[in-house]
Design a protein around this ligand. Structure first.
Ligand code: GLY
Length: 403
């Protein structure tokens, strides 16, 4: 009964969305979101500019002050990237020097070799800057960053090691070479670096990593594990674990979003249909999950024990929406249905249930994301990566609708 009701309501919202489209003009949804982003990010920019420092906002702390990060934090590329999207979506030249300044402020990240997140950091900031300006200095940063990321490739495993295990909480997990599903997102930097440099070694590392992940990180139902730990000696699998999900066998939502986005991107870069098939299989697992709410914004973990009284994760939803828009462009059965799902997600993320009122929410765009419940960290808060993928999804939707 619950499932049937869910689909009836879901169908009703598609019908509503379709008829709304017919009666209202499409640009209003996109333009209204762009104008909201201009206002809210404009507030964030004013705070940063008034400080005279290159502050890089990440989230709101429990005391309601903003947490800013430095270049080495895995989230340091998202705010600069969001400003690049703001520049692109508005065409307003006043954002260009700001996007450049916030990007330049994290350039030191190009030499990071202590974790895998350099792909997130450098591709979202410098990658967008390069795409929009063609600046050759950005090109050099991308190639240097790809070299840094490549130092973490472990030939015995055929994959990039995500985390070091010699200290911190990772040091207490008895792991040897943990590879997390998030790492799929870092591969885009490697694909780009091969195109920019002509050096195919980056491409080969990316494909090897994607292939090993495809072979080891998924369950038969299409959902993925968060962490696969490998032996550095012979490359065999030692553990299949979670770090940020509810349990080792549960469906941690952001992990699914990283897998859907990451394998879709790998299909774009290689043309290998197995990658797209996996992205779609993982999406099907989430979309048909009994616990998926009607508004399609996942719980932080789809198997969390307190559902329906568990926090949602808007960051998973926005990342998934961005990927679904891309999937909808490929020559596959029911391609348009992926755009319809993305549109539904975006409609709900843009509603007052998830989108902040201007001037609130620490000037972040979206409310209700989760960093890591097992670490008791960032629960039901705004997160800069939810905003980044929201802006990216908005841009992709705008392109698809030729607006
Ligand atoms: N890459 C870390 C996260 O998804 O929280």
């Amino acid at each position: 009964m619950y499932i049937k009701l869910k689909y009836v309501i879901g169908l009703a919202s598609i019908v509503c969305l379709t008829s709304c489209r017919q009666t209202e003009n499409k640009p209003s949804f996109i333009e209204e979101n762009i104008s909201f982003a201009q206002e809210q990010l404009g507030n964030a920019i004013s705070v940063i500019e008034a400080s005279g420092k290159p502050l890089n906002p990440v989230t709101l702390k429990k005391d309601s002050t903003i947490h800013y990060c430095s270049y080495g934090d895995w989230r340091s590329g998202f705010f600069p990237g969001t400003i690049w999207y703001l520049y692109e979506l508005t065409g307003n030249e006043t954002y260009l020097p700001l996007a450049r300044k916030y990007t330049k402020a994290i350039e030191k990240a190009k030499t990071l070799t202590s974790h895998h997140d350099i792909g997130f950091i450098v591709n979202c900031s410098f990658g967008n800057g390069l795409r929009l300006t063609g600046d050759t200095a950005y090109k050099s940063v991308m190639i240097e960053a790809a070299k840094s990321l490549s130092t973490r490739f472990r030939p015995a495993v055929g994959a990039i090691q995500s985390w070091n295990v010699n200290r911190g909480w990772q040091g207490k997990r008895n792991w040897e070479c943990p590879v997390i599903i998030d790492n799929m997102m870092n591969l885009e930097l490697l694909f780009e670096a091969t195109k920019l440099s002509g050096d195919s070694s980056f491409y080969k590392i990316a494909v090897s990593h994607a292939d090993r992940t495809l072979a080891e990180q998924f369950r038969p139902d299409g959902s993925c594990y968060h962490v696969v730990d490998y032996s550095l000696e012979d490359g065999s699998v030692r553990h299949r674990h979670t770090a940020q999900g509810y349990s080792h066998e549960s469906v941690w939502s952001r992990g699914q979003a990283w897998a859907i986005y990451g394998f879709t991107m790998c299909y774009r870069e290689t043309g290998d249909k197995r990658y797209l098939n996996q992205a779609i299989k993982t999406f099907n697992c989430i979309i048909h999950h009994d616990n998926l709410p009607v508004d399609l914004i996942p719980y932080w973990d789809m198997d969390a024990p307190g559902i329906p009284n568990e926090p949602r994760d808007a960051s998973s939803a926005s990342c998934m929406a961005a990927a679904l828009y891309e999937i909808s462009t490929y020559d596959i059965p029911k391609a348009a249905s992926y755009k319809a799902y993305a549109d539904r997600i975006m409609m709900h993320l843009s509603s007052p249930a998830y989108r902040a009122a201007p001037g609130t929410n620490g000037n972040f765009l979206l409310m209700h994301s989760v960093g890591s419940i097992p670490h008791n960290n960032e629960i039901d808060v705004p997160l800069n990566y939810a905003d980044y993928y929201f802006m990216e999804a908005l841009k992709r939707k705008k392109d698809l609708e030729h607006l």
